[in-house]
Design a binder for this molecule. Structure first.
Ligand SMILES: Cc1cc2nc3c(=O)[nH]c(=O)nc-3n(C[C@H](O)[C@H](O)[C@H](O)COP(=O)(O)OP(=O)(O)OC[C@H]3O[C@@H](n4cnc5c(N)ncnc54)[C@H](O)[C@@H]3O)c2cc1C
Length: 370
């Protein structure tokens, strides 16, 4: 079988990997350099963790996601992941951590609740004011996102059955007939076309534009004094909801940066423009950090990065058949990277085996077992 994949972020590249390792032929088109620094997948890190609020379907997918990453590490010959454990905090009426703990207990992976005293003892750089409940899980960690995509692209480039087309924008897709036309007017045909175009997907498949909405997000990289940095380099990742801003913290594992972001959707922006963050946009996040972390006054902003989510109304993934020979693949809403290898392998299996596309879409939407 021959497949065309549009977009070489983690989703397109992983699907190419899944198809190629089963012997299929793949043409992978990327509009920019490979990897594209403006892609959602291209940042130093992305988190993987079991706690998933009420979403049992996604919580259940985490173990298979880890297994898919392990398969990828085997093929790449290196592991681009560091374990940190997961600390989830709530207060101020928010109950995401409690709901996560309930869901995980129900699927046999209970979290440990820490008393506020234990929290203070175990994580001395955390100011526990405002935290009402804290839950810990040994699993979870940091995926070295941009290194993963770049290493995977190099791996794909060495496969005899994969052709990489960097700096080749696809201008039009015909999912009914399995055709794409690149910006220079060349037409390519295949048995199947997968559109994994991230925040640009609505331009290629206009019928998805109302459902898959680009959402401009800002993350802050901080420089910390050495002594603080050494403590944070042991973890944990933190998912926190005790104030108005829901915050996540990515510890500086294996020499990568120390990053804080929030999960509030902007539902605005154009992925081709507006990559400069404005000072006022980060004030609420800075304020939250000031209240939550001891020693914050010594932190310095190193750099800001503007990145795009592609969000759906219910934050579920869209991986759906479109036309006789097309698939749209958008596992995002700001939480897709952790499933990148799994989404790629599974879509490759469905495409090659003629597994029921509707069942695949349900699984990808996290609806199985909910
Ligand atoms: C700030 C931020 C924090 C996040 N944190 C996490 C996290 O902690 N954990 C987690 O699991 N997920 C997280 N995510 C989400 C995750 O990064 C995304 O879900 C995932 O990277 C989406 O990958 P993708 O391949 O669909 O899109 P992308 O990485 O954007 O890839 C799409 C590619 O398609 C290319 N393309 C587009 N149009 C065309 C065209 N016409 N022709 C050719 N190529 C084209 C683009 O150039 C791009 O390279 C976060 C996202 C952001 C932005």
């Amino acid at each position: 079988m021959k497949a065309i994949i549009v977009g070489a972020g983690v989703m397109g590249a992983s699907t190419a990997w899944g198809l190629a390792r089963e012997g299929h032929h793949v043409d992978l088109f990327e509009q920019a350099a490979l990897p594209n620094p403006l892609a959602s997948s291209i940042d130093e890190h992305r988190l993987i963790r079991h706690p998933y609020g009420d979403h049992a379907g996604y919580a259940r997918m985490i173990d298979p996601a880890f297994a898919a990453w392990d398969l990828l590490w085997g093929d790449l010959g290196c592991k681009l992941y560091a374990a940190t454990g997961t600390l989830a905090l709530t207060g101020n009426g928010a109950d995401w951590a409690e709901r996560s703990a309930r869901t995980l207990a129900a699927i046999g992976r209970p979290m440990t609740e820490l008393t506020i005293g234990e929290l203070r003892r175990r994580f001395p750089l955390l100011d526990a004011r405002g935290v009402e409940r804290a839950f810990w899980l040994d699993t979870g960690g940091v995926l070295f996102a941009q290194d993963i995509v770049a290493t995977l692209a190099r791996h794909l480039g060495k496969q005899p059955n994969v052709r990489l087309h960097a700096n080749t924008r696809v201008g039009a897709v015909d999912p009914e007939h399995g055709r794409v036309t690149t910006a220079d007017g060349t037409t390519h045909e295949a048995d199947i076309v997968v559109v994994a175009a991230g925040a640009w997907v609505g331009r290629l498949l206009p019928h998805t534009a109302a459902r898959l909405v680009p959402s401009r997000q800002i993350v802050i990289y901080f420089r910390l004094p050495e002594d603080q940095c050494a403590v944070w380099a042991k973890g944990p990742m933190i998912i926190e909801k005790t104030g108005d801003v829901g915050l996540y913290l990515v510890p500086p594992m294996e020499g990568r940066g120390f990053k804080v972001g929030d999960h509030e959707f902007s539902r605005a922006g154009d992925p081709d423009t507006g990559r400069e963050a404005r000072e006022e946009e980060i004030q609420p996040l800075l304020e939250r950090c000031r209240n939550l972390f001891k020693g914050f006054d010594a932190w310095r902003t190193d750099r800001l990065k503007v990145c795009f989510y592609t969000v759906t109304e219910d934050e579920r993934f869209v991986v759906e058949k479109t036309g006789a020979k097309g698939w749209v693949m958008s596992p995002c809403s700001g939480h897709g990277f952790k499933f990148g290898a799994l989404m790629g392998l599974e879509l490759a299996r469905t495409i090659a085996s003629e597994r029921d596309p509707l069942q695949h879409a349900r699984w990808a939407a996290g609806l199985e077992g909910e």
